[in-house]
Design a protein around this ligand. Structure first.
Ligand SMILES: O=C(O)CCC(=O)C(=O)O
Length: 293
């Protein structure tokens, strides 16, 4: 039985001072070019420290009620360590997604600026993805190995346009091999061949190529592989970072949840930004009725 905790103190676990980016924030041409080329971009300290602290506190409150967080530290000794692919937490059930402090992060001026710059301007829909999601996993792996479960959440569009962007933000420091999402940088360049293709078709086509064949079915590997598909270089990257760091990802990029071989739970949030202008094409590709969503 976990012992009672002292009241949650927001300052207790901020061990190092944040170095916030000046706001408002503009991407450089080089950052934009890098996003176009890789399909992913990391922006250190895009989120303001106060906002990140408030969001982390909101996420820690239910974990404290579960006895996992107490007096400014993790208390994991009294629970059985989950074994990957079990994550020990179901974020939507155990933490919930309706936290105003977390929702506020997607409206931070720096985030809006970056999303507009990378998403090509124009409004973003708020109906399909009304709010961000929490991504959390307990330490659940001995030696870290590449996961399976590679997927995309959006279809390829016949126009070749990107269906949007996904933001991943570290709400706490997430060390390499500490459970951060993995992504195949460069994979957004593949399969833009003038037809709609849903997730299952995308995986079925990709697995015919040696790089993906090995990624999906190869031996458990502890390295982040690199390779190519035709002219496109590919590199598996890990969305780890300091609290307040943000990764942006083209929604066409193949990605996967990963084991957490650190001694600290992984706390991140994610949100998908879909341009309103893309919705009719996405609906057509998914076969949604024209009046939906
Ligand atoms: O990192 C994770 O837990 C999975 C993230 C993911 O697959 C997603 O947000 O689409």
């Amino acid at each position: 039985m976990p012992r009672p905790c002292a009241a949650l103190d927001p300052r207790r676990h901020d061990s190092e001072a944040f170095q916030a980016l000046p706001q408002p924030f503009n991407l450089t041409d080089q950052q934009i070019a890098s996003f176009r080329s890789d399909g992913v971009l990391k922006i250190d300290q895009l989120l303001p420290p106060a906002g990140v602290t408030a969001a982390r506190q909101a996420v820690l409150r239910p974990l404290e009620a579960m006895g996992l967080w107490c007096d400014g530290d993790w208390r994991l000794d009294h629970i059985e360590r989950p074994l990957w692919p079990a994550t020990g937490l179901k974020p939507s059930r155990d933490i919930g997604n309706r936290h105003p402090e977390v929702e506020a992060l997607i409206d931070e001026p720096g985030v809006r600026m970056v999303v507009e710059q990378l998403g090509g301007g124009g409004p973003f829909d708020r109906k399909v993805y009304p709010r961000p999601q929490i991504l959390a996993s307990l330490p659940n792996a001995g030696p870290w190995v590449l996961p399976n479960g590679w997927h995309v959440d959006a279809p390829r569009l016949a126009s070749g346009n990107s269906p949007g962007l996904q933001m991943f933000a570290c709400l706490d420091d997430v060390a390499p091999r500490g459970g951060a999402t993995l992504a195949v940088a460069g994979s957004h360049h593949l399969l833009n061949d003038g037809r709609h293709l849903k997730a299952r078709g995308i995986n079925a086509t990709l697995r015919q190529e040696p790089f993906f064949q090995r990624l999906f079915y190869g031996p458990a590997d502890a390295d982040l592989p690199a390779g190519r598909s035709g002219a496109s270089p590919l590199q598996v990257v890990e969305f780890s970072g300091r609290a307040g760091d943000v990764w942006l990802m083209d929604l066409r990029v193949l990605h996967a949840a990963a084991p957490n071989a650190s001694d600290r739970p992984r706390l991140m949030m994610t949100h998908r930004f879909v341009p309103t202008a893309r919705l009719p094409e996405i609906a057509e590709a998914f076969g949604w009725p024209p009046s939906l969503p």
